[in-house]
Structures are given as C-alpha cells and as structure tokens.
Design a protein around this ligand. Structure first.
Ligand SMILES: Nc1ncnc2c1ncn2[C@@H]1O[C@H](COP(=O)(O)OP(=O)(O)OP(=O)(O)O)[C@@H](O)[C@H]1O
Ligand SMILES: [Mg+2]
Length: 592
C-alpha cells in the first residue's frame, strides 16, 4: 500500500499517546537537555560568548553563532500542540506555566540547568532553483545570510529521540540583514496550524510546539486592504509580534551544506574542507542515524546519505502533491536536509486543481504546484554538488554518488506514479486514464480535495463528484457535454477498480470495494487547511479571541476522519466566489 511508504517517517507514536506525561515542569524538560550541535560543531570564533550578538555582520567560519533570543514584551499564550506534547510526554499544563512561557517567548535567562542560557543561529547559503546567490546578503558575499530570526534554544533527547527546539521570530541575529528578527501573529498562526495539519496528513514536517503573542509589541508589515485585488500589498499595517517554537530532529538545510561547500570551492579558509565534512557527518548523526551505520567510512556514509535523502525528498514531494500542498518558495535554504517540510511561509493548499498553482506572488512558476518535483531536483542537485568535494579521492564512491544524482528524475517519477495510483485506488499507474483526468480537471475546475475524497466513496455516477465542481464558464457553457465526458472517465475508472488486476485475480488477493474505498480515504484527506479558513482565525486572534485557532487545530489534526455534520458543513466546502482572486486570501506577497 503506497501510503505506508509515504508515511514512513514521523508517523505518530501511538503507544506514547496512552502513557501519562513524564515531563510536568520546565525543570524536568531541562534535565533532558543534550547539546550535540554546540558540542560537536565549530563555533564562530568572532562571536560574542554571551550571545549578545544581534547586529548584522559577516560570519566567515564556524557552523553556528551563539545568540540569545530577544523576548517579546508581555507574552500571552495562544496555542500549543496537544498532539505533539503527548508524543513528547509533556503535560499540557506546562504550556501556560510561567517559566515555560518565559522561555518559549524568548527569555532564556532563567533556563534551568543543565539547559544553557544561550541559543544559537546558523548560517546558510541561498540557491534558487539551482542557481547560487550571494548578493542577497548586505555584504554581497553570502557571509551574512542564515537564520535571521530563527534562534534555537534547546536540544534534548526525549523518549530516545533527539529534538531541536527553535524559536521563530526570536529577534535579530548576525544574519538578520538589518531586518527586525520578528514574526507577526498572522504568519505564526499559519505556520503553527500548518505544521500540525501536515503531520496529521502523514507528511514529514517540523512540528509546532507552542505559540505566544506579545500584548504590546508591534511591527509594521506590508499587507492588503480588505478585499484588495492587487497583486502587491497596498499598505503598511501594524501587527503584534509572536514567537512560535518549532521542533525537528535538526534544522540543517541543504543551504547549510552549500555554504560550506562553496567555501571549499573558493578555498576561503584552511578549515573549509574540515567544516564541510563535520556538518555532513553531523547531519548523518542527527537525521540518518537509524539508517547509516556509524562504523562506515565517510565516503561510504556520504553515498548512503545521498541515496536516503533522495528517497526522502522524492517521497516528500509526492506527498505534498498528494495532499495539495505547494511550498511556494522551495529554495535550497527552505529544503530541510532531513527530508521533511520546513518553512511554512508562502505556502498554500490548492483548492481548484491547477498544475501551476502558486500562492506566493514572488514565487514564480518554478515553485508552482506540479513543478515541485523539478524544484526538488534542483535542490537535490545542489546537495549532490555540496557532497562531491568529500569524495575527491574516492573515485568509486564518487561514481556511485553521481549515479544517485542522475537517477533522481526516475525515482521521482516512480514515486509520483505510485502516489497517483494510490489516490485513484489502483495498484498501478494508468497513464492514459490519469492524463484524461488531468485534462478534465484543468478544463473544468474542480476542487482537488473534494474531488478525490468523493471519488474515494466509489460513486456509481458523477452526482457526488459534482460537489467538487466549480461552476466555471467552461462547465456552464455546456454542462451536458461536460457531464458526459466526466461520466465516460468515471466509467473507465470504475472498470479498472472492478477489474481483477485491481481486486486481485484470486480471492486471497482480492480487495473488496469496501476495502478499496477505505484505503483511498487514508490517502485522500477530507479536510485541508484552506487559506480562507485561516484568515478569520488570525483576524480574531489579533483581537484576542483564539477560539477559531483552537477549532482549526482540532479539525485539521484529523484530516482523514469523518467529523460531525456541523464541521463538515463548515469545512468541507468549495471556496466561495467572493474569496477568489483576493489579496491575502488567494495569494500573498510576503509571509513574514
Ligand atoms: N523579519 C526578519 N528579520 C530577520 N530576518 C528575516 C526576517 N524575515 C525573514 N528573514 C530571513 O530571511 C531569509 C529568507 O526568509 P524566508 O521567508 O525563507 O524565511 P523564514 O520564513 O524567516 O524562515 P525559515 O526558513 O527559518 O522558516 C531567512 O534566512 C530568514 O531568516
Ligand atoms: Mg526560509
């Protein structure tokens, strides 16, 4: 069953959900602290040891800069992820306890030992669709680019798994490039909800821990006037700042490997090769420890790393497309080297199926919905290029590495076909059937989520599918003809569903219609985080009412489940026409 394969990483730990919380205070969490990054990688020798390093500057060497977050003023609790707390064994009550709130709203000065009273930020390089950029940093060198507002504050081993906790919007770092280091409540709510939704969808992702907003501190951001149809924001608004904490096995990005590999290539300093090797081995420990044997040589490890990352990245992107997700800005620095979703900024879940769907006005076609496999390949290319210097004296390993690189497109294609087959409830991919479907969906706008979910009930006729049809002019112009074409497609699909190759030639292999439907409903979610659900939630939150945020948390963390009728009526719906083509709802310029 392809889903199992799609869900192979980060599957919820069911067993831990029944045990009582083991961490009920910040002190208890503190005892689990274990700082592998700070203890094994190189610190920038120019950094201020006390972490008061907030002005933009160039960082020439080292893997991290110690930097303290800047607390937000008068923090107020907005949300925490109950699911993730349960998985970690954290008691819900600590999310609102004074010391936890203080720490995860940016004040780590009272962190209980052995937690450290200093956080860290990392530099990384930027590449866009496989092209290296250096000029986006104020020094035109790339040495000022990295975590500009993301500050990690804790690494801990919890229930035998290592987790890094990172504040987003935690204030300025040397990589802030003159910006304020803050995130606003709007973008923080989006990221918070999306991370937990994505996890519940079975797609590898950074997780959301907690979210606090400042009652008094605001920053200005460009945004849209109510109902604006212009592509770019037309005004500056003042928004409350917030700090959300996200959690992952590591936050190492492809861009980080690229940074060190560029330094090797340019022979920037004598330790460049050593620093590249260190970050790669650290990545393996943090993200690939369970699949790469520590006793292997570096050359062997590098080859395995590339193969495993290729496998994860291709699964990830196939999963994104399965659930209708568009990352929007799939740069090398937004591509986690552990192969999970990272940086929910200009993302969106498509409603109308559109291969070119791209919610971010600055993103361009290259990062659009169905181009994500190609964008992923570009990121993989940069990853591969960053690893190559490590194999310079190992021609056999280098050859293997190069083969892994050149095989990317085939692996991606295989995963995509398996994904489409699973969405259609079929054991194998049927190119003609799929391409007819794609043509129909493009010609006659359908809601991607609703269409596949309705199909999952194996309808006898197109009646139920019509729930997903947007009454666009192409349909309205000749509904009879359109219905006929849909009926023909449905008949072909139904005959495949009922054919022995799908149901199995003999009774032992056969999947009943009921079983096919059940499996399809595990692949095709009922609920997806549509932007027009999120907008009122963050608008209410801005006025201090978090009830819609909570409601969305509940609904969107059970995306495959049938939920009560009132939930279905509210959230299993086509996008209302008045929300189409509206700035901030259908697209956005900036996400921070
Ligand atoms: N308000 C800000 N202050 C300082 N740096 C910022 C700010 N907004 C974005 N950046 C930095 O600009 C770069 C590009 O921004 P992008 O939108 O990809 O990242 P992000 O959403 O902040 O971060 P992440 O990738 O960590 O989720 C990142 O390195 C980010 O740290
Ligand atoms: Mg980013």
């Amino acid at each position: 069953m392809p889903t199992t394969e799609h869900n192979q990483h980060h599957t919820p730990d069911v067993s831990s959900q029944e045990t009582p919380p083991t961490v009920t205070t910040l002190d208890e969490l503190g005892k689990l602290a274990n700082y592998s990054l700070m203890d094994t990688l190189n610190c920038d020798p120019d950094a201020k040891a006390n972490g008061a390093d907030h002005a933009p500057r160039q960082v020439f060497t080292g893997h991290y800069v110690p930097v303290n977050p800047t607390p937000i003023k008068d923090p107020e609790y907005v949300a925490h992820s109950k699911d993730f707390f349960r998985e970690l064994g954290l008691a819900d009550s600590i999310a609102q306890s004074d010391d936890f709130v203080r720490m995860f709203s940016g004040d780590i000065s009272q962190a209980p030992a052995p937690m450290r009273k200093v956080g860290w930020a990392c530099g990384y390089a930027l590449s866009i669709y496989g092209t290296e950029y250096t000029h986006q940093c104020p020094f035109q060198t790339g040495n000022g680019y990295g975590d500009g507002r993301a500050v990690s504050v804790l690494e801990a081993v919890i229930k035998d798994r290592r987790w890094e906790m990172q504040l987003k919007g935690g204030g300025r770092t040397p990589y802030c490039r003159g910006a304020d280091g803050r995130a606003v409540l709007r973008s923080s709510i989006r990221e918070f909800l999306a991370q937990e939704h994505m996890h519940a969808l079975g797609v590898p992702t950074s997780r959301a821990l907690s979210l606090y907003v400042s009652k008094t501190e605001k920053v200005k951001r460009p945004w849209y006037s109510e109902g604006s149809r212009s592509k770019d924001p037309d005004r500056l608004i003042s928004e409350a700042v917030a700090i959300s904490t996200r959690v992952a096995p590591s936050f190492i990005r492809v861009g980080q490997l690229e940074l060190f590999a560029r330094r090797v290539r340019k022979q920037e300093h004598p330790k460049a090769m050593q620093e590249l090797e260190m970050i790669v081995l650290h990545l393996i420990d943090r993200e690939y420890g369970d699949v790469i044997d520590t006793r292997l040589t570096t050359a062997e490890k590098v080859v395995l790393l590339a193969r495993e990352f290729r496998s994860r990245l291709t699964s990830l992107v196939a999963n994104w497309i399965r659930v209708g997700y568009c990352q929007g800005n799939f740069n090398g620095d937004n591509c986690a080297a552990g192969g999970f979703t990272l940086d929910y900024g200009p993302f969106g879940f498509c409603e109308v199926f559109d291969p070119q769907y791209q919610p971010w006005t600055g993103g361009g076609h290259h990062f659009s919905f169905l181009n994500q496999p190609v964008a992923a390949e570009r990121n993989f290319h940069m990853f591969w290029a960053a690893l190559r210097p490590l194999l310079a004296s190992h021609p056999d390993s280098l050859e293997q590495l190069d083969e892994i690189r050149s095989g990317f497109a085939d692996v991606m294609q295989t995963k995509m076909e398996a994904m489409w087959a699973a969405k259609l409830g079929l054991d194998t991919f049927h190119p003609a059937l799929f391409s007819e479907l794609e043509t129909l969906m493009v010609e006659m706008p359908v809601d991607y989520t609703i269409f596949f979910r309705e199909l999952s009930s194996l309808p006898d006729d197109i009646g139920p599918l019509q729930k997903s049809f947007y009454q666009a002019s192409s349909y309205a112009a000749d509904p009879e003809e359109m219905n006929k074409r849909w009926s023909q497609w449905l008949a072909k699909w139904t005959s495949l569903i009922d054919s022995p190759s799908t149901t199995g030639a003999n009774a032992a292999q056969s999947r009943s219609r009921k079983e096919i439907s059940r499996q399809m409903k595990l692949v095709n979610p009922k609920y997806s985080l549509r932007e027009w659900f999120v907008v009122p939630a963050y608008q209410q939150a801005a006025a201090g009412n978090y009830s819609l945020v909570r409601e969305l948390q509940d609904v969107m963390t059970q995306p495959y489940a049938e939920q009560p009728k009132n939930v279905e009526d509210k959230y299993y719906r086509l996008k209302p026409a008045e929300f189409c083509e509206v700035g901030g709802l259908s697209y956005y310029s900036c996400s921070s």
